[in-house]
Design a protein around this ligand. Structure first.
Ligand code: SF4
Length: 200
């Protein structure tokens, strides 16, 4: 499956209840050659209207964070765990996350980055089962041969100056990790890697 096919499937997807309240689905966007995929929780109000990920206030802050380490949106790929906005910005329910995960799995398989950066608690918990972001943020973790680098969500850091300095310092750590990686450091060593990671 190509990224274009995934996008077209997501745009008309009705696999979970979130399709009923969305304006536009938000498939994600970025470079096909990205070394990093950033995975957030779900679209907010602005994203729901524009159909693009991280275009509201937290998106502007994410742009600044990327700029800090000399990256921009063209260099990375940005997605969410669920592609449709949960009503009132609530966290997506487990059945909604599970329904949407096959899209993310395909996106990761196609892009095959070096690292997956989870943004916030929901993405971390959904992909790893780890519930305490404070214990693992800014650390490279390897689960089933997939490397993840958990970060706080930009929205959380926007409202908490203490988290902001932690998140910015974690971005510099990410920069150093990426610098140490060479070509062929791709995440997926073989076809089965993602199946183990996603447990199917
Ligand atoms: Fe489909 Fe995901 Fe949207 Fe649910 S959130 S309707 S699974 S695209």
């Amino acid at each position: 499956m190509s990224l274009e096919v995934i996008v077209s499937k997501i745009r008309i997807c009705t696999l979970c209840e979130l399709h009923k309240s969305r304006t536009l689905a938000v498939p994600g966007e970025g470079s096909l050659n990205a070394n990093v995929i950033f995975v957030g929780e779900g679209p907010g109000a602005t994203e729901d209207i524009q159909g693009k990920p991280f275009v509201g206030s937290s998106g502007k802050y994410l742009d600044k964070l990327l700029d800090l380490i000399s990256l921009n949106r063209k260099d990375v790929f940005i997605v969410n765990i669920v592609k449709c906005r949960p009503p009132d910005n609530r966290a997506p329910y487990l059945d909604e996350r599970n329904a949407c995960l096959p899209y993310l799995k395909e996106q990761i398989r196609i892009i095959n980055p070096y690292i997956i950066c989870t943004l916030g608690k929901t993405a971390l918990e959904t992909l790893t089962g780890i519930t305490s972001i404070s214990k693992v943020h800014g650390k490279l973790i390897n689960i089933d041969n997939v490397e993840l680098f958990p970060l706080y969500h930009p929205a959380a850091a926007l409202y908490n100056p203490n988290l902001r300095s932690i998140l910015e310092s974690d971005m510099y750590k990410l920069k150093n990790i990426l610098k140490s990686y060479k070509k062929n450091n791709q995440l997926l060593k073989d076809e089965t890697t993602l199946d183990s990671f996603f447990h199917n």
